[in-house]
Design a protein around this ligand. Sequence first.
Ligand code: GLP
Length: 243
Amino acid sequence: MMEFVNLGDATLAAQYVAIEMFRTIQKQSEPKLGLATGGTMEPVYKSLVQLIEHNPIDLSALKTFNLDEYYGLDKDHPQSYLYFMKHHLFNHIDITENQYYFPDNNAVNLEADNQAYDQLVKSPDGVHLQILGIGTNGHIGFNEPGTPFDSNTRLVQLTDETIQANARFFNHVEEVPTRAVTMGIKTIMSAERIILLAVGKKKQPIIHELYHMEIPDTDVPASVLLTHPDVLIVTDNEAAPQY
Ligand code: GLP
């Protein structure tokens, strides 16, 4: 079931998502979280760091799985998603290197590593809570329009729209990697619970379209969420659909 809630303010929306992550870590004995990157997630992690600072919580059994990583980008590159996660979350909380996982972005045995990643994410059960952002073209992770809903973790080609959208994080559009390794749609759907956060007016058209969809369509990858039992789409006023 896909539910929508407009929290009005973008900061509040990010705080809400952080609280849900925090509560999941508190409630589960071996919490598994699926993490997303992108500008939308920066205030979420800021808020999560604050919650962890201000409340007693044991992070020793936490495991996190990131959705995606650019292909061929050095792990120390400031635009790599590993760097993003260290900068916004991992460096500020009590977590060690063997607790966070990423799809391999430079592998010799890429296919075997991708299969192993799917196994890690899904076993014994899927993640307790998967956080998602959304691309202006409806992508989730880096699953671009047209991706089959039964796709697993794999190497993908980014669309021009995504490259252009992500160019703002690089000095020049030519520096944006054209490929990435992403959790597949099937992998994402194995999560027990999913929260998708969308803020800002650039996301309004795709959120509006999603809100009015009744049948999932691979042209809008996020529409697969219609078939998941527990999905919440959180927005601010700017990204909210016209109800
Ligand atoms: C990126 C990421 C997605 C993210 C999306 C939106 O390309 N691969 O996981 O959700 O685009 O990013 P932003 O929050 O910066 O708009």
